[in-house]
Design a protein around this ligand. Structure first.
Ligand SMILES: Cc1ncc(COP(=O)(O)O)c(C=O)c1O
Length: 390
């Protein structure tokens, strides 16, 4: 018998849908794939130049498992500059993507049976990573509250076994941002009930609200001690394939995560680390230019979706996703978001991600990534309309 735990793990639905779309593309079909959360814009020139310089300088060796000292300094500076959080060098580490940083966190803080409050809709990997660490996800549904997480919802889920809450603002898959007032109240709850806050801020620069979302760890010493702030260069710098994420948190937890990483993957790729130093120390102009491009796309998709009858869309406040309720189009043949996406791909060649992957209450939804050129988005909307008319 193979590992019982791994036999239960569901593969990432976003990767699965992307693979299906790519298979059809290889067969010569004209597919519009708006499945995966991946920026199509080029990465910043100064960052690729730094990576090239690192190769030319002959950097080829292992580094400290948590990353080069210079990278840790860059991470510290970034958290100070963008998030108003003061970490020291033993309170930060780099990992192979934000995903590995999160995996390390769950492994470091959870014992069997510990509960993790997980607001739904949630990014697909949290729930599986919690299972992999023998934790128990306690899913709280934000859909009836127009996808807005509130402290009251968190409060209702707290039990003596609560070990942590996961925050992801702006959110994948909804794009919704947690309001500052609620964030403050969630911080108070965490301090009062002594549980950790895992704050996944990988979409921090992709906000279309007036001001940048705040980082919960910046609210004071007590919540700082309980928070693990996760980030990555993946989304902000259009560098998903470089696999470089990072985290700030208490030295005690970072040490455990570092130990785990040293025994599993050793260290993030050294050239990606040099690239990240350039990205994190550099000017943020390139990041805001990308955000401006996404704002245009967001406005475009939002206005187009508004013309389609019988669908509802979550507030598009950030990230690069539209989370769309297509439940009114379900019928005898389409009984779930998975059926919907498979038929959509087969009939009109449009790839979207089934909402069912983002939580048990999300099966009437589909996620459309608008990290694509306007022409591609326009074609995607045309295909969606054509499909819905059938
Ligand atoms: C909410 C969220 N967190 C973390 C990640 C992981 O990012 P990375 O590519 O840096 O591993 C993703 C990637 O899709 C994400 O959407």
């Amino acid at each position: 018998m193979l590992s019982k735990k791994l036999l239960q793990i569901v593969p990432s639905a976003t990767f699965a849908m992307k693979a299906k779309a790519q298979e059809l593309i290889r067969q010569g079909k004209k597919i519009v794939s708006l499945t995966i959360g991946e920026c199509d814009l080029p990465m910043p020139k100064h960052v690729s130049s730094a990576a090239l310089a690192a190769i030319q300088a002959g950097h080829h060796n292992y580094t400290d498992s948590g990353g080069l000292y210079e990278l840790k300094q860059a991470i510290i500076n970034k958290f100070k500059r963008d998030n108003n959080i003061d970490y020291t060098v033993n309170q930060v580490m780099a990992a192979t993507g934000g995903k590995q940083a999160l995996y390390n966190i769950f492994q470091a803080i959870l014992n069997p049976g510990d509960e993790v409050i997980l607001p739904e809709p949630f990014w697909v990997s949290y729930i599986e990573q919690i299972h992999l660490a023998d934790g128990v996800p306690v899913v709280i549904n934000t859909i009836p509250n127009n996808f807005k997480l509130t402290a009251e919802l968190v409060k209702q889920a707290i039990t003596p076994k609560t070990k942590a809450v996961v925050l992801n603002s702006p959110s994948n898959p909804t794009g919704v941002i947690v309001d500052d007032q609620e964030l403050k109240k969630i911080a108070e709850l965490a301090v009062k009930h002594n549980f950790y806050v895992i704050s996944d801020e990988v979409y921090e620069f992709l906000y279309f609200t007036e001001k940048k979302p705040l980082s919960i760890a910046s609210f004071g010493k007590e919540i700082f001690d309980l928070t693990l702030t996760v980030n990555a260069i993946s989304k902000s710098f259009s560098m998903t394939g470089w696999r470089l994420g990072f985290v700030g948190g208490s030295a005690e937890i970072i040490k455990l995560m570092d130990n785990l990483q040293s025994q599993s993957t050793s260290n993030p790729n050294i050239i990606a680390q040099y690239a990240a130093i350039a990205a994190l120390n550099g000017d943020l102009k390139c990041v805001y230019e990308m955000r401006d491009v996404f704002k245009v796309r967001r406005d475009f998709i939002k206005s187009k979706l508004a013309t389609i009858p019988n669908i509802e869309v979550a507030p598009m406040e950030g990230a690069f996703y539209a989370f769309i309720n297509v439940g009114k189009y379900f019928n005898n043949q389409i009984k779930s978001s998975f059926d919907f996406c498979l038929k959509l791909l087969g009939e009109v060649g449009l790839g979207l991600t089934p909402g069912g992957a983002f939580g048990p209450s999300c099966d009437q939804y589909v996620r459309m990534s608008y990290a694509a050129d306007i022409d591609v988005l326009e074609e995607g909307i045309l295909r969606l309309k054509k499909f819905l008319k059938n």
